[in-house]
Design a protein around this ligand. Structure first.
Ligand SMILES: Nc1ncnc2c1ncn2[C@@H]1O[C@H](COP(=O)(O)OP(=O)(O)OP(=O)(O)O)[C@@H](O)[C@H]1O
Ligand SMILES: [Mg+2]
Length: 261
């Protein structure tokens, strides 16, 4: 099966009555890797959560389609079942649920009843993927993310990605907090699932991750919209020159943090 095509049109999202996403368009064709960059507070994480169906976010206008299916009509678990996955910027800690139990439930939730993964298969797969990501086996029996360091949480998000094998993943600042070696390990993990069956939206602030994972397209998000799109060279220009030239090009005024646009 080919990777999923995600098509977002004129999306508007509100949080507690204030509009954060203001008419966003984005299309990711099956198997493509796209990156979104943009200043703090422009709505990148809001976009990710809204697509995944976080109840806090009100979608007031627009559409999100996955392979022609209306995502906004789907329940949260149906979105996962349809092959969508989000690696969160701030992964939650869940006390009392081991990493291993969590992963197994997540895999089985995406499979039909009676077709659950066997314990043996699951353990073998988890062992392999943990080795691949250089995660110590002891992490399987620790409570989900509890007491994990920042970088360990990020690595664990990629472990979930490798275990769940989604067809469309959104990775929100997966590179933040990773040390230099961990960045390579995590990139290697993502590259290992790259291919026609896997589409990916990478939210990042820095070009360095894109040195390892070459994006097909790079988008700049500002004030709740995609304001510019280009190839991998766009990320390099942003790294060198920042966002001022785009603001000047588009006539966007500087905002203070927390100010309504
Ligand atoms: N639950 C919430 N309640 C109130 N405001 C919120 C909430 N979630 C997000 N916001 C606001 O929405 C705006 C966009 O936040 P978001 O986290 O999407 O930004 P971002 O682009 O991911 O930024 P960063 O690069 O810093 O991660 C911010 O101004 C933020 O304060
Ligand atoms: Mg964010």
């Amino acid at each position: 099966m080919a990777g999923s095509t995600l098509k977002i049109e004129n999306l508007h999202v509100e949080i507690d009555g204030s509009e954060i996403i203001k008419g966003l368009d984005l299309e990711i064709n099956g198997g493509e890797i796209h990156a979104i960059m943009g200043p703090n507070g422009t709505g990148k994480s809001t976009l990710a959560s809204a697509i995944m169906g976080h109840p806090r976010y009100d979608i007031t206008k627009g559409s999100v389609y996955l392979d022609g299916k209306d995502v906004l009509e789907m329940e949260v678990d149906e979105r996962a079942h349809a092959g969508m996955f989000l690696a969160m910027q701030y992964p939650s800690e869940i006390s009392g649920v081991t990493n291993s139990d969590f992963m197994r439930s997540a895999i089985n939730a995406n499979r039909e009843e009676g077709d659950e993964i066997s314990l043996m298969k699951f353990i073998r797969k988890m062992d392999n993927k943990m080795d691949e990501l250089e995660i110590d086996q002891s992490f399987a029996q620790r409570y989900l993310n509890e007491g994990f360091s920042g970088g360990e949480k990020k690595r664990n998000e990629i472990l979930q990605l490798l275990m769940l094998e989604p067809r469309l993943a959104i990775l929100d600042e997966i590179d933040s907090g990773l040390d230099i070696d961990a960045l390579k390990v995590v990139s290697k993990g993502i590259n290992s699932v790259k291919g026609p069956e896997f589409g990916c939206l990478i939210i990042t602030h820095y070009q360095r991750l894109l040195n390892y994972i070459t994006p097909d397209k790079v988008h700049v998000m500002m004030q709740g919209r995609v304001v510019k799109s280009g190839g991998a060279e766009l990320a390099e220009r942003l790294e060198n020159e920042g966002y001022d030239w785009i603001k000047a090009e588009l006539g966007i005024e500087d905002e203070k943090v927390g100010e309504e646009a």
